[in-house]
Design a protein around this ligand. Structure first.
Ligand SMILES: [Fe+2]
Ligand SMILES: [Fe+2]
Length: 561
């Protein structure tokens, strides 16, 4: 294709460099320079999969990102002024060629900066070879407020796509996107396992495209802030397999050698920290060839067949860089009197008692929960197990109280210790004394996991715990491989609420900054899609409400806006 030939070409327009593992080239050259055959139809640069993400400062910057079927010519975003005038922001191109099917994916990223806080802005996305150039895609978004202000966000993970021919996709995925729009949040947190492209190895880019076009219904109007999950790990797409994810999303910088995999952003009195849990978990759940046949990339990739029993296990990939960054970030936040709340987003679960899902991972308990304790993280939002589970606030852990799932011998699972085990008398959870974990894995997959462990002896909640790597082992059939499940069990004394009706839902968070010397609160409402385990539904009903409340950390007089 002519489009490929221009990779690395310079442009007459602004060229923004960006470090990273993914392919970055300049914005496309003029179409006349690309076309080898003047009679050929021009490549289609019509924007699709349009989505927003925050830059480093959500009150003044926003990325607009999208993809095209072919290379876009002069890709750009036009921001329409409130009165008159337009501002044009040129986009940079980032590409990758899928390591399994050889498809080259063209993505575009325009960084809109210098924006006013709390402003509503209309924008258009186009290119010289946009089929809709006369009437380009246009939407509006709102920048985050600056300073203490109320705002709403929503969250879930494990979304998949509505195209049911893809593994793990379900019509519920479309309803889940509509649910975000129903609640009109300032932004949405998407907690990993975005579309399960790695379970459809011959067509990974097509799965991503269906995902991108599904979420555009919401993500073109408000930022969707993702974290990577195990199903973002793809064979042939980078050392850790995250190249597709990283090519498609522009995210706040983290100043490390791993841009885009973890980041933070602040809105008002809340600091949001997004993590890449595959770096510290024990579980092996990335791309995997079960056999008996090898996975054969198409010849154009030049990649060798991937033998049965191969898994892309990335535990420890940052060599501690992520945990050091996390500690520095939390330490700085703990000294900032303008930050009342610290919310962590990550995919895998430190506290999950799903019976038919993955369970809890001790790697998280060892690497990050002590930091959450030390610096007072209020909330941890996850996915991975496709259900809803809420923990009591937890601090510290009980040692040597688990047991091996097979032999029954004692195992140290680092069982998280709840600071309360009943609803607080005044109805308000004080997260200064413990961190609440929420599993919000009910985006829209075809595989709900809302059966939960119960100790047959006591009738009390019981959790599976992964305390060591579950690398592939030979399967029952010749030439096949499988991965063992969790190796340990523990009493889930930290489990406060489990939704046994459905695996699907959306959490809605309303932050009230409160007044100086007073309390600030976050009201959490979890809406679930009752009956969706059996039949996809657009109906989301309130399942439970809880309110977190604590003293504000500032002592300044209240400022009014
Ligand atoms: Fe998942
Ligand atoms: Fe997952």
């Amino acid at each position: 294709m002519s489009a490929r030939s221009s990779s690395g070409s310079l442009t007459r327009r602004g060229f923004v460099t960006r470090a990273g593992a993914t392919g970055l080239t300049a914005a496309a050259s003029p179409i006349g320079l690309l076309a080898r055959d003047a009679k050929a139809a021009p490549p289609d640069g019509t924007p699709e999969q349009i989505h927003l993400t925050y830059g480093d400062d959500p009150s003044s910057s926003m990325f607009v990102s999208w993809a095209c079927a072919a290379q876009a010519v002069n890709p750009r975003v036009i921001v329409h002024g409130a009165t008159a005038g337009q501002t044009v922001f040129h986009a940079v191109q980032r590409t990758y060629t899928d390591g399994l099917n050889g498809q080259t994916v063209f993505t575009y990223h325009a960084k809109l900066d210098g924006l006013e806080p709390g402003a509503a802005l209309r924008y258009s996305v186009t290119a010289d070879n946009d089929r809709n150039r006369a009437l380009p895609f246009t939407a509006a978004f709102q920048t985050a407020p600056r300073g203490r202000a109320p705002f709403r966000w929503t969250s879930y993970g494990d979304l998949a796509t509505p195209v049911t021919s893809w593994v793990l996709s379900s019509p519920q995925s479309r309803y889940a996107v509509q649910a975000v729009e129903r609640f009109q949040p300032l932004f949405h947190l998407l907690n990993g396992d975005l579309c399960y492209a790695n379970l459809n190895p011959a067509a990974q880019p097509a799965v991503w495209a269906d995902f991108g076009n599904n979420v555009q219904v919401s993500a073109a109007h408000r930022p969707w802030m993702p974290c990577p999950g195990n199903h973002e790990i793809e064979f042939g797409n980078g050392v850790q397999g995250f190249n597709s994810y990283l090519t498609r999303f522009s995210l706040p910088s983290n100043g490390t050698a791993f841009p885009g995999l973890w980041y933070r952003f602040r809105i008002g009195s809340a600091l949001f920290i997004s993590l890449s849990a595959d770096d510290v978990i024990y579980q092996d759940s990335g791309a995997f060839v079960a056999g008996p046949e090898p996975l054969r990339p198409v010849a154009s990739t030049g990649n060798a067949p991937i033998e049965p029993g191969t898994s892309l296990y990335v535990h420890g990939y940052s060599k501690g860089a992520q945990t050091r960054w996390l500690e520095q970030t939390l330490s700085a936040a703990s000294k900032d009197d303008g930050i009342d709340w610290i919310i962590v987003q990550m995919h895998q679960d430190a506290l999950s008692s799903s019976e038919n899902g993955n369970g809890s991972d001790k790697g998280l308990r060892e690497a990050w929960l002590p930091l959450f304790d030390r610096f007072g993280v209020d909330l941890v939002l996850c996915g991975h197990d496709h259900d809803y589970e809420r923990s009591w606030p937890v601090r510290g852990c009980n040692r040597h109280v688990g047991r091996d799932a097979t032999t029954g011998v004692p195992v140290d699972t680092c069982q998280p210790r709840p600071v309360i085990t009943a609803e607080p008398p005044d109805g308000y959870f004080d997260t200064t004394s413990g961190t609440i974990h929420l599993i919000l894995g009910g985006g829209g997959t075809s595989a709900p996991l809302d059966a939960y462990g119960v100790d047959p002896a006591s009738g009390m909640p019981q959790a599976k715990v992964i305390t060591k790597p579950n690398r592939p082992i030979p399967g029952a059939a010749a030439g096949t491989f499988t991965k063992p499940g969790a190796d340990a069990l523990e009493a889930a004394i930290w489990s406060a609420r489990r939704d046994t009706d459905t695996g699907y839902g959306i959490a809605v968070f309303d932050l009230d900054p409160g007044a100086a010397h007073g309390k600030t609160s976050i009201t959490i409402r979890y809406y679930h899609a009752a009956g969706a385990d059996r039949l996809p539904t657009a109906e989301y009903q309130l399942f439970e409400t809880l309110v977190l409340a604590k003293q504000r950390r500032d002592a300044r007089p209240r400022t009014t806006k």
